[in-house]
Design a protein around this ligand. Structure first.
Ligand code: FAD
Length: 402
């Protein structure tokens, strides 16, 4: 370890963002030998928690909705001397002075800074342009969003979901189980079109239709009508239909929170640009998680990945950088989704595939799709098929290492 690193280990490490990546980098840096202050600043009201249950278990009517599912138990912060400051929003970075401005009127200096600021739900232009946001239009990113949405689940009410990606489909599954009429609108010709092969889309379309979810593909919103209370009352769609709705969920993707970084002059691409050590264009500032544009060693291109595994991997890699240890080898990216009793596990990135192979185990309820490019395995979708996921993970690492 260099002298410079020894000095750094006793300085002040500030982490902006108390999500998966932020919590992980704080604890991994402490266990990796950072002896100085570690401060985590989060604009949320809750200690860092798991987001995946927000669209799954926490939306079920019978799920216990007390405290969030914490990432690290509360006593651990004191035990490891990690200073978690909730309700604290960072408004600006002065990279030359190494100072942050907080909550509009406070300042905090840092020796090393980690941006773990995630992203925000993308808005529908038709809604974003409204002067006042209708109270029955929902997004799902935080525990508060989840609590608001779940409070609207009433048997027999009509929920329209815009966007049939993972979050849209998971919310559809929870809502239809809770007795709502669910209408799922998707601009692409099939659900999960951006991320899976047609056979996977067809499987999930069938499973949702079986439970009564009305799926409208190649369909967009044409017009919204409002009640006297300002809430959306009716939605006219591009196929010429009109639906009365009680609530609308918008699940059309994520915008990375890049503004703090770009205002500070850091290099930006499809996220905050970092190198292999998770360092940004400023050597004192690292960035990790959903907000980051990084070079994937496996796919030899720049990517931005939204998954828990990716956030944790970035955090541990950044902690290694901060504490002067070398980087660990990269893991093949992976992701999961649960809908009804079905488990979908995805390993690798299928973008750019030119061939698929379906491994069918049991009449279509347990199967896997392998994605290949130029004959090389690049990704596997495993539906109720843990073995295909595990073997895919190993084989992708091997073929890409070769
Ligand atoms: P985040 O978890 O978004 O954390 C960023 C934090 O920074 C937030 O708390 C934010 O409020 C805070 N912040 C932002 N700006 C500031 C600021 N200026 N000052 C202070 N604080 C700030 N992934 C999977 O792998 N499997 C799943 O099944 C899955 N399901 C999901 C379901 C839902 C509903 C959602 C929303 C996500 C899901 N994900 C899933 C994705 C996964 O949760 C994310 O990839 C992961 O949370 C990213 O972690 P992060 O720390 O980068 O960002």
């Amino acid at each position: 370890m260099t002298d410079e690193n020894q000095t750094a280990l006793t300085g002040r490490l500030v982490v902006v963002g108390g999500g998966t990546a932020g919590a992980e980098v704080a604890f991994a840096s402490r266990s990796g030998g950072w002896r100085g202050e570690i401060i985590v600043l989060s604009d949320e009201a809750y200690p860092p928690y798991h987001r995946p249950p927000l669209s799954k278990d926490l939306l079920k009517m019978d799920a216990v909705f007390a405290d969030p599912d914490p990432l690290k138990g509360a006593p651990l912060y004191a035990k490891k001397d990690v200073d978690l400051r909730l309700g604290t929003r960072v408004d600006g970075i002065d990279a030359d002075a190494r100072t942050l401005s907080l909550n509009a009127n406070q300042a905090l200096s840092y020796d090393r800074l980690v941006l773990a600021v995630g992203g925000r739900a993308r808005e529908l232009p038709l809604v974003a342009q409204l002067e006042t946001q209708p109270t029955n239009v929902h997004q799902l990113r935080t525990l508060d969003d989840c609590a608001r949405l779940r409070a609207c689940f009433q048997t027999g009410s009509v929920l329209m979901i815009v966007g049939a990606g993972y979050i849209g489909l998971e919310v559809a599954a929870a809502a239809v189980k809770a007795g709502q009429r669910v209408i799922l609108l998707e601009a692409a010709p099939r659900v999960l079109a951006r991320v899976t092969a047609p056979v996977v889309s067809q499987f999930f379309e069938r499973e949702h239709a079986k439970r009564g979810v009305e799926i409208l593909t190649s369909t967009t919103i044409e017009r919204l009508s409002f009640g006297t209370d300002g809430r959306v009352s009716n939605v006219a769609t591009s196929d010429g239909s009109e639906y009365r709705v009680d609530n609308l969920v918008v699940g059309v993707g994520l915008e990375p929170n890049i503004e703090l970084a770009s205002d500070a002059g850091l290099e930006i691409g499809n996220g905050i640009i970092v190198d292999d050590s998770m360092t940004t264009s400023d050597p004192n500032i690292l960035a990790i998680g959903d907000c980051v544009d990084f070079h994937s060693e496996f796919y030899d291109r720049r990517v931005r990945i939204e998954s828990v595994a990716n956030a944790v991997e970035h955090a541990r890699r950044a902690a290694n950088t901060l504490t002067g240890r070398g980087p660990k080898p990269w893991q093949v990216p992976w992701f999961w989704s649960n809908q009804y009793e079905h488990s979908l596990k995805i390993v690798g990135l299928s973008t750019g595939y030119d061939e698929t192979r379906v491994i069918d185990d049991s009449q279509g309820t347990s199967f896997a799709v392998e994605y290949l490019r130029d004959g090389r395995l690049i990704a596997v979708d495993a539906i109720n098929h843990a073995a295909a996921f595990q073997s895919g993970k190993r084989r992708i690492a091997e073929t890409i290492d070769a």
